[in-house]
Design a protein around this ligand. Structure first.
Ligand code: ADP
Ligand code: MG
Length: 618
């Protein structure tokens, strides 16, 4: 026996393939909803039990399937959406890979009922582990109902990998919203454990946005609408006042498919330039429709990232369309450009993009600067650089310090080495009891051999971060009871998120109780939260957490602690008394890592006497 290669049995091959398509309950939800949309349904119901772990059911009133198709649909690479490879470049449907149902059948127990309008009887089919257990005719109204039970029942490793119900439910809600937002003319409902979460009557896009994102968007949206031969863009951007401190309500759809694109997001942001604060994010729901041949949706298995044939045009177009919309509604000062002409006349739009042009573009300097990553930041270690001198500044004599120590009241002494990192900047200095606040933002504190310049907000952020960090590991934070219980009403997606965060929040001092239908009652908050500010602090926390939540590097607790310490830190602009400055600086240097915030911003800079001397040529 020397031959060792075997073909994998179908069910195993399918299970492996399924790993790409179905990562969690939400991925199945997305695929099933998209199938229902593709089938031309006008009403789609999603029913969830146990965050999709025990049941995901989608009922639609679409085309339905014939008896043979019902069976075929579950085969791998079975699709009615492409027949020849050229079709791939004309895709107008959500699905096309023919993998979703096969994948679902490989990792769950599936039952489907389906009937076409003209057929007398429908079909019932039961599949599990890629094996058809039963297929028989049945009575059914028009459309399809697919239910998948016990996801990953046969792949325990994956099942164990699933997150808490609250976390999985949040992913499901995200996917549901993305599909429902893209098709406002379709009725959608979502029921979870028997409770209605969404009930979205068909309507126009504006109505759908308000149904999903909340009524506070009413009258705060500006419509975007531009048409060219190359592409159309339509939808809404929030007026500048709806901008959020975090990337909250931002939706981009290309040919009705939700996509994530940092590049296009940047285009919208730049259109808001000077209208919103630098560190805030505009809200938008924008649709781009263009010839499917101009995009490649195939690059990502879950189809959330796409490649455009010519990104630069799309960027310019999106930016111009948003600017135009803002100008029209006299939100931005009127801008003197005529969008349609500008875009229409671009060579790239009016003429086909040839290979020569492609080459010309990629050999341009601009292109090279973008592609030679990190070049601008590279520091040549052999180069004579300012950096070298830094080393000297931090190894200066200690005698001077001892002398001054006797002359002044010593408030703290620091002498630590950063064990893990080889840090040439490990400070050694004494702080003297004398502070000066500059621009209500910086504190100058004299040391034995120079001074340090502390950023009050960043320093406080570090202090709170370590405080909450200790609390979350050792003991609970002291909480203060609210004078009156405060009710908090949230948008559905936010409510689902808050529900998920409740256990962690209680550790750091928040006592919040669910009160049904997206309402919560705040009973207590951490002692650092100002009375009267409790509600706002939670809303802010949710916003910030969402900003963070795509970052898988950090645990939920870490993200929360970072958010809350940033939020509660005293802000730049606040006047501090001598005593407050002293306490702040003392607390800072009691920290394990006083020199930077959790996200890496420096909390203080040190200026050494001999450095100062040198600057003055002494
Ligand atoms: P794809 O959507 O990529 O074609 P799927 O595995 O999701 O692949 O579905 C396979 C086929 O089954 C689809 O092409 C479609 O013909 C049929 N199908 C799936 N879901 C439905 C549905 N809800 N109603 C009607 N037909 C469906
Ligand atoms: Mg599909």
């Amino acid at each position: 026996m020397t031959d060792i290669i075997q073909l994998l049995p179908d069910n195993i091959a399918n299970q492996i393939a399924a790993g790409e398509v179905i990562q969690r309950p939400a991925s199945a939800v997305k695929e099933l909803l998209e199938n229902a949309v593709d089938a031309g349904a006008t009403e789609i119901q999603l029913i969830i039990a146990d965050a999709g772990k025990s049941l995901i059911q989608v009922i639609d009133n679409g085309n339905g399937m014939s008896e043979t198709d019902a069976r075929m649909a579950f085969e791998r690479h079975a699709t009615s959406k492409i027949k020849v490879i050229e079709d791939l470049f004309k895709i107008k449907t959500m699905g096309f890979r023919g993998e979703a149902l096969a994948s679902i059948a490989a990792v769950a127990q599936v039952e489907m009922k389906t009937k076409k309008a003209d057929d007398e009887l429908g079909s019932f089919i039961e599949i599990e582990n890629s094996l058809v257990l039963k297929q028989e005719p049945c009575a059914y109204s028009i459309g399809t109902s697919i239910s998948m039970k016990n996801l990953f029942f046969n792949v325990p490793a994956r099942r164990n990998f699933l997150k808490s119900n609250a976390a999985e439910m949040r992913h499901i809600v995200d996917e549901f919203i993305r599909v429902a937002m893209a098709f406002p003319q379709i009725f959608f409902s979502l029921t979870s454990n028997g409770q209605q979460v969404f009930y979205l009557e068909p309507g126009n896009l504006k109505q759908r946005i308000i149904q999903i994102l909340g009524n506070n968007y009413n009258a705060k949206m500006v419509s975007v609408n531009e048409e060219t031969d190359y592409m159309n863009i339509y939808g809404f951007v929030g007026k500048p006042e709806t901008a959020k401190k975090t990337r909250g309500d931002q939706y981009f759809f290309v040919n009705s498919r939700f996509i994530k694109s940092a590049y296009l997001n940047h285009a919208v942001n730049s259109a808001f330039d000077n209208m919103i604060a630098k560190d805030s994010f505009p809200s938008y729901v924008l649709f781009i429709d263009l010839d499917p041949a101009q995009i490649d949706i195939n690059v990502h298995p879950t189809k959330q990232e796409i490649k455009f044939e010519d990104e630069k045009i799309i960027y310019a177009f999106v930016q111009a369309a948003v600017k135009h919309a803002l100008a029209q509604f006299s939100i931005a000062p009127s801008l003197d450009f005529t969008l349609n002409a500008e875009i229409q006349n671009l060579d790239a739009v009016s003429k086909p993009f040839t290979t020569e042009k492609k080459e010309a573009a990629s050999s341009s300097n601009l292109f090279k600067t973008f592609t030679q990553k990190n070049q601008a930041h590279k520091i040549d270690p052999n180069e004579k650089s300012e950096l070298k001198h830094w080393k000297d500044f931090f190894t200066s004599s200690e005698e001077k310090g001892d002398r001054i120590q006797n002359e002044n009241k010593l408030i703290a002494k620091f002498d630590y080495e950063d064990g893990e990192q080889k840090n040439i900047l490990s400070p050694k200095f004494y702080l003297l009891n004398s502070f000066l606040q500059l621009h209500n933002t910086y504190i100058i504190a004299a040391t034995n051999n120079g001074f340090i310049l502390v950023h009050q907000q960043l320093a406080h952020e570090r202090i709170l971060y370590e405080k909450y960090n200790v609390a979350s590991h050792d003991q609970q934070m002291p909480a203060q009871k609210s004078l009156f219980p405060i009710t908090l009403e949230l948008a559905t997606a936010d409510a689902v998120l808050l529900e998920e965060l409740l256990p962690e929040l209680s550790v750091i001092g928040y006592q919040i109780e669910p009160f049904g239908s997206n309402t919560f009652v705040i009973q207590a908050s951490p002692a650092d939260v100002l009375q009267g500010n409790e509600k706002h602090s939670i809303e802010l926390l949710i916003e910030q957490f969402k900003h963070f939540s795509s970052d898988i590097k950090f645990s939920k607790r870490e993200k929360l602690i970072r958010c809350i310490s940033r939020q509660q830190a005293i802000k730049a602009g606040q006047t501090l008394s001598q005593k407050e400055m002293q306490i702040l600086i003392e607390d800072l240097f009691k920290c394990i890592t006083p020199n930077s915030t959790a996200s890496g911003a420096p909390t203080y800079l040190e200026f050494k006497e001999d450095y100062l001397d040198r600057m003055f040529g002494k």
